[in-house]
Design a protein around this ligand. Structure first.
Ligand SMILES: Cc1ncc(COP(=O)(O)O)c(C=O)c1O
Length: 408
C-alpha cells in the first residue's frame, strides 16, 4: 500500500518545519490544488518565490527546452547563459559584476566574504559587520550571525565574531556602531521576516553617508524585497540610494534555486580566482529560466502592475483595519504587505486555509502577504472577503484578548 507522504515526513524528516496540514499537488497562476482536489488562492507564493505564479507558459517553455539541452555543467566551464544573466542583472541593479549561488543565505555568505576581503585590503582590523535589530538574513552560520533576532540565534551561539546590531531606524544608534573597523553594513530596505518594516529615508541616507565616511560597504539584502516585489527592481531604488553590494534570490529563476550577489567594480575585485565558488551556482537551467523571468517582468510590465495592484490591496487592508479594531496596522510596499493584529496571527493562517486562502504568519502578530506579482484586483477582493469573514468571527469570539494598545 502507498504510504501517506505526511506520515513518511513525520517519521523520516528532521522536524524543523511547522507545516500547514495540506499536501499541495499542483498550481496554475495564483491558485494551487491539494491532493484532495481543494483549490486555494495563493497569497504566499512559495515565500515570495513564485512571482509569476504557477506554470507561467514562458517559464515552462524555457525550463523544458533547457532541461532537454543541458542541466548542469559546473563552474569549470562556460555556458551560454551565466554571462547574459549577469549583464542583465548589472543593468537593472546598477552594479557591475555578479556571483551566482543557490539560495538567499548563500548570497549573504558570499557578500560577507566579499566585504571582509575588501576590508582586509585596507586593514586587518576592518572585519566588523553591522546589521540591524529584527533583521533576517538566513540560516547558515554567517547569515545567522547577521540576523538580529534571538529566536533564530540562541541555539547556535557562539556565532561568527565581529557582528554588531544597531537599532532599526535609529540613526544615533547606527552612528554609534559604524566606525573604522566596520567593513560592511547590511540592511533589508524593507524587513520581511521581521514583520514588513520599511527603513526610513533618513536612516537609509545616514547608512549611505556613514558607510562612505568609513569606507565600509553598504549591502542591501533585496532577497525578499527585490526583483519587482515592491514595484521597482530593487526596494533600495525607492530611496535613490546606490548600495555597494546587492543580494538577490527568491524569484530570480522562476522557482528554481538561484541566488546572486552583485557588487560595484572596485569592490568585486576583492574576490580573486579561487577565493569563492559553488558547484551548482549559476547552472545553465537556472540561468536560462532567470533570463526568461527578467524578460517577462519587462514584457508584461510587471513592475507598473505591482505598483497599481499593490496600492489597491493596501487600500483594501486599510478598509479592513477601519472595520476591525483587532487590526493594529496595515503596512508595506507594492505586493510586500502585512497587517499587525492585537493577538497571535498564527490561528488565522489555519482559518484562512480552511476557507481556501494561503497566507503566512510572521513575527507573532503579523499576517504577511507575498502574493504572485501577477495577481489582479479580483484576487485581492477574494482574499479580503475571506479575511473580513475571519476577523468578524474572531472579534465576535474574543473582542480584545490582551487589552493592549498596539506597540512595535
Ligand atoms: C531578506 C532575506 N534574506 C535572506 C533570506 C534567506 O534566503 P534563503 O531562505 O533562500 O536562504 C531570506 C529568506 O526569507 C530573506 O527574506
Amino acid at each position: 500500500m502507498k504510504k501517506n507522504p505526511v506520515d513518511l515526513e513525520r517519521k523520516y524528516l528532521m522536524q524543523t518545519y511547522a507545516r500547514s496540514p495540506i499536501v499541495i499537488e499542483r498550481g496554475k497562476g495564483c491558485w494551487v490544488w491539494d491532493v484532495k482536489g481543494r483549490k486555494y488562492l495563493d497569497f504566499v507564493a512559495g515565500l515570495g518565490v513564485n512571482a509569476l505564479g504557477h506554470g507561467h507558459p514562458r517559464i515552462l517553455k524555457a525550463l523544458r527546452e533547457q532541461a532537454a539541452r543541458v542541466i548542469h555543467v559546473s563552474n569549470l566551464y562556460y555556458h551560454p547563459y551565466q554571462g547574459p544573466l549577469a549583464a542583465e542583472l548589472a543593468k537593472i541593479t546598477g552594479m557591475d559584476r555578479a556571483f551566482f549561488c543557490n539560495s538567499g543565505t548563500e548570497a549573504v555568505e558570499g557578500a560577507i566574504k566579499l566585504a571582509r576581503a575588501f576590508g582586509g585590503r585596507q586593514s586587518k582590523e576592518k572585519f566588523e559587520v553591522v546589521a540591524l535589530d529584527n533583521s533576517f538574513h538566513g540560516r547558515t552560520i554567517g547569515a545567522l550571525s547577521a540576523t538580529g533576532q534571538a529566536k533564530y540565534r540562541q541555539d547556535f551561539e557562539p556565532l561568527v565574531p565581529g557582528f554588531h546590531f544597531a537599532r532599526f531606524n535609529d540613526i544615533q544608534d547606527l552612528t554609534a556602531h559604524v566606525n573604522e573597523r566596520t567593513c560592511a553594513l547590511i540592511v533589508e530596505p524593507v524587513q520581511g521576516e521581521g514583520g514588513i518594516f520599511e527603513l526610513s529615508q533618513e536612516f537609509m541616507d545616514a547608512a549611505r553617508e556613514l558607510t562612505r565616511r568609513y569606507q565600509a560597504l553598504l549591502i542591501c539584502d533585496e532577497i525578499q524585497a527585490g526583483l519587482g516585489r515592491t514595484g521597482r527592481y530593487l526596494a533600495s531604488q525607492w530611496y535613490g540610494v546606490k548600495p555597494d553590494i546587492v543580494l538577490l534570490a527568491k524569484p530570480l529563476a522562476g522557482g528554481l534555486p538561484l541566488g546572486a550577489f552583485l557588487a560595484r567594480e572596485e569592490v568585486a575585485g576583492s574576490l580573486a580566482a579561487g577565493m569563492h565558488g559553488s558547484t551548482f551556482g549559476g547552472g545553465p537551467l537556472a540561468c536560462r529560466v532567470a533570463l526568461e523571468f527578467l524578460a517577462v517582468l519587462k514584457d508584461e510590465k510587471i513592475l507598473a502592475h505591482v505598483r497599481q495592484v499593490g496600492q489597491y490591496f493596501y487600500k483594501q487592508l486599510l478598509a479592513l483595519q477601519k472595520k476591525h479594531p483587532l487590526i493594529r496596522e496595515a503596512r508595506g510596499k507594492g505586493l510586500m504587505l502585512a497587517i499587525d493584529l492585537d493577538r497571535p496571527s498564527r490561528p488565522f493562517v489555519q482559518a484562512a486555509l480552511d476557507r481556501g486562502l494561503i497566507i503566512n504568519s510572521t513575527h507573532d502578530t503579523v499576517l504577511r502577504f507575498l502574493p504572485p506579482l501577477i495577481i489582479e484586483k479580483k484576487h485581492v477582493d477574494q482574499a479580503c472577503e475571506i479575511l473580513d469573514a475571519l476577523f468578524t468571527e474572531a472579534s465576535r469570539e474574543n473582542p480584545n484578548p490582551t487589552g493592549q494598545a498596539g506597540v512595535r
